[in-house]
Design a protein around this ligand. Structure first.
Ligand code: FES
Length: 157
């Protein structure tokens, strides 16, 4: 009987502690969520301007370099890319990524051989980007394109 007030006081102390803890956790959820949310966002695909259509018309495996802002999670950086642009006629262009599908070296177009050559391990691609020699497992990537207001855009992810 003498321990009852003590036990009741302990019970209330524990109860208040648990309630305060729950309130603290609940109020921190938005903060934790906003800190972690970039981790769960997929990188945003974007259209990048690679040049005026009137300047690229008639191009044949023309090397074009460009830069764009890349964001993935907390990482924000300028990325440099390089592609080969070929005008197929009218509003149609084909844009080849220069990234070798083996280990990512930059391929170069050879006018003499009419092939893309990779300097790293001897990968060779034909004029359409198909692998004809060496270790690359896949053809060169063709970037998706669109034309708006006289500008050629490629889709970057
Ligand atoms: S990186 Fe191109 S062949 Fe290996």
């Amino acid at each position: 009987m003498e321990n009852q007030p003590f036990a009741r006081r302990k019970f209330f102390e524990w109860g208040i502690g648990i309630i305060a803890g729950l309130i603290g956790m609940a109020s921190s959820i938005p903060l934790v969520g906003s800190l972690l949310s970039p981790l769960f966002k997929k990188s945003v695909e974007k259209w990048v301007d690679i040049g005026l259509v009137m300047l690229l018309k008639g191009s044949r495996y023309q090397k074009v370099d460009y830069e764009f802002l890349y964001q993935d999670g907390w990482i924000k950086a300028n990325k440099k890319r390089s592609v080969y642009v070929t005008h197929l006629g009218g509003e149609d262009f084909i844009v080849f990524s220069r990234t070798c599908t083996h280990l990512g070296c930059n391929v170069r177009w050879s006018d003499k051989r009419q092939q893309f050559l990779c300097p790293c391990h001897g990968g060779v691609y034909d004029a359409e980007g198909k692998v004809i020699e060496g270790p690359p497992p896949k053809p060169l990537t063709h970037l998706q394109t669109k034309i708006e207001s006289g500008i050629l855009y490629v889709r970057e992810s």
